[in-house]
Design a protein around this ligand. Structure first.
Ligand SMILES: Cc1cc2nc3c(=O)[nH]c(=O)nc-3n(C[C@H](O)[C@H](O)[C@H](O)COP(=O)(O)OP(=O)(O)OC[C@H]3O[C@@H](n4cnc5c(N)ncnc54)[C@H](O)[C@@H]3O)c2cc1C
Length: 385
């Protein structure tokens, strides 16, 4: 058990954070952030993020030298519970803090760590992650965006797509092919690219929910210095796959936030008169979903507390979470009726559809569960290497 993980210390931390959130995450701050997808909401979220980080509540699991507290799992859990209780949002650089920063901590030079981590955490610089391409999504190793060494620069040509925050980003963790002659999982490199580099263009994609949270990235003879390389040349696949987030309590926030949305739905529809049978059943099913996710999260955290590394069961959590969020968004619209169709519930319904694609599709996660949890025969892999 790490320092600060005794029951008393964790409870003291919880109370201190709760008091701080009560004083700082005010109704006005919450309301300003609420209209997800709009520029106003993004700016308000960014301001809030900086306040959170300056108070020492940014990424508490990060090591102190990078702006965190080196918090252990119990303290992280208390943190997630208090943040969910207050309804406070996660980091503005969500992918940055969860995925890119751990890669920089594991593979970055001292100069890269010093230069990038703190501004990323504070939201002074917005980051995006350029992995997916029109012909490379689940099969990421098929990526074709090319970087060729030319003296002390890489020259990049290619396209990325579905890049979250691509049009707002200052920096991109870009995965490129640096050696096309070797098997496809080799010959990939990770670069940290300044989005203002000439030849880098982000074109926003309007989603069916009406926001522009994604972009396509076009890279045309974009020259970036070799100092932009993250990790060894041609070993970007390891950078992408072996970097485990040091934020192990994140799974708890999925369950807590789902439960919070469920409770809010019940509160908001309570007293609206008797519901018909199917609606009552749907709400009961959503309660069961929320409870199921809570139990899965507990199991995963229990495993982490006893020192087991995260394994294929994270695919079970991803599947349960995305299905539950989608079902809750649909039930919320069903039980609210016509009034739901013009407000945030309708937007929630539309944007929830992406959850079964983002961060690993449902089908790919089912394959992982089938093979690694249930021990079923492996899927054929005609395209591997
Ligand atoms: C909200 C959101 C945010 C995103 N943010 C980013 C980002 O910031 N950066 C980034 O690089 N990308 C991002 N993506 C892209 C995301 O990573 C890809 O959409 C995802 O990897 C799937 O790739 P694809 O869309 O090319 O679909 P494909 O991989 O082409 O899949 C198409 C269909 O085939 C199925 N399929 C694929 N392979 C298999 C298989 N082996 N077995 C069975 N079925 C299979 C899939 O499940 C899917 O139904 C984001 C996506 C979403 C929805």
């Amino acid at each position: 058990m790490s320092e600060g993980e005794g029951e008393g210390a964790v409870e003291a931390f919880r109370l201190e954070l709760r008091a701080w959130l009560t004083a700082n995450f005010t109704h006005d701050v919450a309301r300003a952030i609420e209209r997800w997808g709009s520029d106003e909401s993004f700016d308000a979220h960014r301001r809030w993020n900086a306040i959170l980080v300056d108070a020492g509540y940014g990424a508490i699991a990060w090591p102190p030298e990078h702006g965190g507290r080196g918090a252990g799992l119990r303290q992280q859990l208390a943190y997630q519970e208090e943040m969910a209780r207050a309804g406070a949002p996660g980091p503005i650089n969500a992918i940055g803090v969860a995925n890119i920063a751990p890669a920089i901590m594991a593979y970055g030079t001292e100069e890269q760590q010093r230069r990038f981590l703190r501004p990323m955490l504070r939201g002074d610089e917005i980051w995006c992650q350029g992995m997916s391409e029109p012909e490379a999504g689940s099969d990421l190793a098929s990526l074709r965006c090319r970087a060729v060494l030319d003296g002390d620069h890489f020259v990049i040509d290619g396209q990325k797509t579905w890049t979250s925050n691509g049009d707002r980003a200052d920096w991109c963790q870009l995965y490129v092919r640096t050696d096309p002659e070797v098997p496809k999982h080799k010959g990939i490199s990770a670069l940290l690219v300044d989005m203002r580099t000439p030849g880098v263009e982000a074109r926003p994609i309007v989603t069916m929910a009406g926001d522009t949270s994604f972009s396509e990235l076009f890279l045309t003879a974009a020259r970036v210095p070799t100092a932009a390389l993250l990790g060894p040349l041609d070993e970007g696949w390891n950078v992408a796959t072996t970097t485990l987030s040091n934020e192990r309590a994140g799974v708890a926030s999925l369950a807590l936030n789902l439960r919070r949305k469920f409770d809010r739905l019940v509160d908001e529809t309570d007293g609206a008169g008797p519901r018909d049978g199917p609606a009552r059943h749907a709400v009961a099913d959503r309660y069961i979903d929320a409870r199921n996710l809570e139990l899965l999260a507990r199991r995963s955290i229990g495993a982490a507390l006893s020192g087991r590394p995260p394994g294929a069961e994270s695919s079970v959590v991803k599947l349960a979470w995305s299905r539950s969020e989608q079902a809750l968004a649909a039930t919320a619209v069903d039980v609210t009726g016509v009034a739901a169709l013009s407000g945030s519930l309708a937007q929630g319904l539309l944007s929830s559809r992406s959850l079964s694609i983002a961060g690993g599709t449902t089908e790919v996660n089912k394959n992982i569960i089938g093979e690694r949890v249930l021990g079923l025969p492996r899927e054929p892999r005609p395209t591997r290497d």
